[in-house]
Design a protein around this ligand. Structure first.
Ligand SMILES: [Zn+2]
Length: 417
C-alpha cells in the first residue's frame, strides 16, 4: 500500500517493519493505524541496559501518535515485548520510536518542537489539534536532548544578564556565550544573587572558567563579586547596554517625579506623553516628536537636563583610547554630580565607582559589547511575553533554552518540514 511505501521512505526503524495500514473512518475522528511488528529473528532490546535479550511475554497493544497528514491522525500500533534480562530482570523492550511512557513518537515530538519555535505553544497545539501539554512535553524532550548533546568546548566570552520574570522584583540570571563563532544561551538561574552566579560557575567548572577571556555584565554588585572571584583572569567588561539602561531608568524616574510635581503645582502637564521622547535617540524621533522636544527644551526642566546628560554620555562610546575615554568619564561625572538631580547623581556615582571596568570596554575593542547581550535580552523578553501564563521556573527555562539556546538536534535522513 502506498502509505507503507511512503513510511518506509521517510521513517524506518531498525529491527521493525510496517505490516498493515488501515484507514478507520470513524465519524468523529478518522485515523490511520499502522501496524508495526518486529523483523523476524530480531531479538528485543532491554530498555534497562540496551542489550538484546530473550523474549518473555508481550504487553497489550499500544498506539503511538505519528505526524498527522490531511488533518488525519496517524498511529503506530504495536504490542511491546518484555525481555527476561540477566542483569535487569523482566523489562519492557526498548522502542526506537518512543521513550518511556510517552504516547507521541519521537518523530512527532521533534516535529512539534520545531513548529513551536515558529509559533507559540498554544498556536502549535491548535494547528495540529493536539494539547498544550503534548507541545510542552515535545519541547521539553527536544531541550533535554539538546542540553545533553551540546558542545561546551572553546567558550571564551560570556555575558551575564538579568531579566525580570514576575512582579515584585523576581529576577532570572541568564548567562550567554557571546563568542563571535557561537552566540547562545548557556545557563539560567532563578534569582540574581551571588549564590545564583556561583551556581553557574560550579556547573561550568573550573577548567572552562579558567579559559574565559571576556566576561560582560551589568554593574550589579553580586555579579561583580562572583566574576572577580571565579573568572579573575578574564577581562571584565561592563557593557554599554546595561550602562545606558541605567541612564534611561534614571531619566524615567526624574520625568515621572517632575510631571507629578508640575501637575501638583497647577502647571500644564507638559511632560505627560513625553516619556518615549526622552528615551529615544534623537535620530529616531518623528517630525512631530522633534517639534515637541524643541518645545520641551525651552524649559529648564530636570528631565531635559537629564536627557541632555544621557545624550552627552553617548559620546563616550566613540573613543578609541581608554585614557581619553577615562578623562571624558571624569568630566561627565563631575558635571552630573553638580546637576542636583538625584537619580542622575546615583548613576554618576556608580559610573565613577566602576570606572576601570567600564574602560575595559575599550580594551576589548568594543567586540563583546552591548549588541549581543541586548539582542538576547530582547528575545528573552519576547519569549517570556509569548509564554504568558507560564507559571513555573521550569517552563520558562524550557522555553528560553528552546528559543535562544541554539541547541543541537539529532541528524535524521528525512526532514518533515
Ligand atoms: Zn537489561
Amino acid at each position: 500500500m502506498l502509505v507503507k511505501t511512503m513510511l518506509n521512505r521517510v521513517q524506518k526503524y531498525k529491527g521493525f517493519v510496517y505490516k498493515s495500514v488501515t484507514f478507520n473512518d470513524h465519524a468523529a475522528e478518522p485515523t490511520v493505524d499502522v501496524e508495526v511488528v518486529e523483523r523476524s529473528n530480531s531479538r528485543p532490546v532491554c530498555s534497562g541496559c540496551d542489550k538484546p535479550s530473550a523474549g518473555y511475554d508481550r504487553r497489550p497493544e499500544r498506539r503511538y501518535e505519528f505526524i498527522p497528514f490531511w488533518g488525519i491522525k496517524v498511529f503506530l500500533v504495536y504490542s511491546a515485548r518484555r525481555v527476561n534480562c540477566p542483569d535487569c530482570g523482566v523489562r519492557v523492550e526498548r522502542l526506537p520510536w518512543s521513550v518511556g511512557k510517552h504516547r507521541l513518537t519521537q518523530t512527532y515530538a521533534w516535529y512539534l518542537s520545531r513548529w513551536a519555535k515558529r509559533l507559540s505553544w498554544k498556536e502549535t497545539a491548535e494547528a495540529f489539534s493536539t494539547s498544550w501539554y503534548h507541545v510542552f512535553h515535545s519541547v521539553e524532550m527536544a531541550v533535554t536532548w539538546g542540553l545533553a548533546n551540546r558542545n561546551l568546548t572553546g567558550i571564551e566570552a560570556i555575558g551575564v544578564d538579568e531579566i525580570q520574570w514576575r512582579r515584585g522584583h523576581k529576577y532570572l540570571t541568564l548567562v550567554y556565550q557571546i563568542d563571535s563563532t557561537c552566540k547562545r544561551l548557556l545557563w539560567i538561574g532563578e534569582a540574581r544573587k551571588e549564590a545564583t552566579l556561583i551556581k553557574f560557575f560550579d556547573w561550568f567548572g573550573t577548567e572552562r572558567s579558567a579559559q574565559l577571556q571576556f566576561v560582560c555584565s551589568d554593574m550589579w554588585k553580586p555579579y561583580l563579586n562572583v566574576i572577580a572571584d571565579r573568572a579573575g583572569q578574564a577581562i571584565h567588561v561592563l557593557d554599554r547596554f546595561h550602562i545606558m539602561a541605567h541612564l534611561s531608568k534614571a531619566i524615567d524616574e526624574v520625568r515621572a517625579g517632575e510631571a507629578r510635581q508640575m501637575k501638583a503645582d497647577g502647571f500644564e502637564p507638559l511632560l505627560t506623553n513625553s516619556r518615549w521622547l526622552l528615551l529615544k535617540r534623537p535620530e529616531n524621533l518623528t517630525e512631530k516628536q522633534e517639534t515637541k522636544l524643541g518645545e520641551l527644551l525651552q524649559y529648564n526642566l530636570k528631565s531635559i537636563r537629564s536627557y541632555l546628560l544621557k545624550e552627552d554620555f553617548q559620546q563616550l562610546w566613540q573613543y578609541t583610547s581608554p585614557a581619553w575615554a577615562g578623562k571624558f568619564i571624569d568630566r561627565w561625572c563631575t558635571r552630573t554630580m553638580r546637576s542636583k538631580i538625584d537619580p542622575m547623581k546615583k548613576v554618576a556615582k556608580r559610573v565613577r565607582k566602576h570606572r576601570e571596568l567600564i574602560l575595559n570596554w575599550f580594551k576589548a575593542d568594543g567586540l563583546y559589547s552591548s549588541g549581543i547581550v541586548e539582542g538576547f535580552n530582547n528575545k528573552a523578553k519576547l519569549t517570556m511575553r509569548k509564554a504568558y501564563g507560564f507559571k513555573s521556573f521550569h517552563t520558562i527555562e524550557i522555553a528560553l533554552y528552546h528559543t535562544i539556546g541554539a541547541l543541537p538536534e539529532p541528524k535524521t535522513t528525512h526532514r518533515f518540514f
